[in-house]
Write a protein that binds this ligand. Structure first.
Ligand SMILES: Cc1cc2nc3c(=O)[nH]c(=O)nc-3n(C[C@H](O)[C@H](O)[C@H](O)COP(=O)(O)OP(=O)(O)OC[C@H]3O[C@@H](n4cnc5c(N)ncnc54)[C@H](O)[C@@H]3O)c2cc1C
Length: 260
């Protein structure tokens, strides 16, 4: 039986992880497969092909639901990285600091996976299982990301904290999608990244926000207790306590940005 190949998309995580090493594994370069390209609108939502780059996302005509993901795209590396790096590669690399993960969690993304024996779909919340670990089995390929259409008009936003403004690995980041009906929050999906091995949704904050009026008091809903499931670490970029405090500040600023 043929050995499973290592998938190569934009290569912006693949190559830096192999600096100084001879590449001996078999590589499957998927960057020029037409069927994996492009963003399309379908009746149930949107489909983002696996090789969709950050730049292609930025150039796509998408509703305000995607504003948060686009904000993340503007801050992933520089233009060269955005032109070649893919959203799916960001997820498959499964870094705790991957900026796409909290945004796509807040968009309720599902991951479509295919292999020579079949296809399956996995919610993003189950796709990444740990640091650099996903549910992908040998021989499986991510072929698309699916974003469901929300029940109400929705907007999203993303904020990232780094040691400087651009070209920086996140110390903490937060993403939110709010569905709005009659001036109130009909549904909230909030996620924080770089504060646990895998970015997490914050269900207790989401529940607290449901039904809240969309006004300047939104910031008051964020309390440290809502972040209790996070497990930030101390490292060279920041202490656990700093990450924890930063996540609260980011969430408050994020919600403040939704107020009319
Ligand atoms: C200078 C620089 C700055 C960066 N800045 C940021 C940043 O600000 N924020 C951020 O989040 N990231 C950043 N990155 C990391 C990287 O650019 C992103 O994670 C990018 O989205 C990875 O996509 P890629 O297509 O290049 O992945 P690749 O490097 O091609 O692949 C990454 C991993 O995913 C696997 N893979 C890729 N596609 C698939 C698929 N369809 N199915 C199965 N497995 C797959 C590969 O086998 C590999 O293990 C930066 C990288 C560099 C070099």
């Amino acid at each position: 039986m043929a050995r499973p190949h290592t998938v190569l998309a934009g290569g912006t995580d693949f190559y830096p992880a192999r600096v100084g090493r001879t590449i001996e594994e078999d590589i499957l370069d998927i960057s020029a497969i037409p069927v994996l390209r492009g963003i399309s609108s379908v009746s149930t939502g949107w489909q983002l092909g696996a090789t969709t780059t950050w730049s292609e996302l930025l150039e796509a005509d998408l509703p305000p639901l995607f504003d948060g993901l686009k904000q993340a795209a503007r801050e992933v590396g520089g233009r060269q990285i955005q032109n070649t790096g893919t959203l799916a590669g960001n997820l498959c690399n499964a870094s705790p600091a991957a900026d796409g993960v909290p945004c796509l969690l807040a968009l309720d993304a599902e991951i479509e996976i295919a292999s020579s024996v079949g296809a399956r779909r996995v919610p993003l919340g189950q796709f990444i299982t740990g640091v650099r670990r996903t549910v992908l089995a040998p021989g499986e390929l991510v072929v698309a990301l699916h974003i469901p259409k929300p029940s109400h008009p929705a907007r999203s936003a993303f904020l990232k904290l780094g040691a400087r403004r651009y070209l920086v690995i996140s110390i903490a980041m937060a993403a939110a999608t709010l569905e709005i009906a009659d001036g109130r929050i009909a549904a909230a999906r909030i996620a924080v990244g770089a504060c646990s091995a895998v970015a997490q949704r914050l269900p207790t904050l989401e529940a607290a926000l449901a039904g809240a009026p969309l006004d300047r008091h939104l910031v008051d809903w964020v309390e440290q207790i809502h972040l209790a499931s996070l497990t930030p670490i101390d490292d060279i970029r920041g202490s656990a306590a700093y990450r924890s405090d930063s996540a609260v500040v980011l969430l408050r600023r994020l919600l403040a940005g939704f107020a009319p």
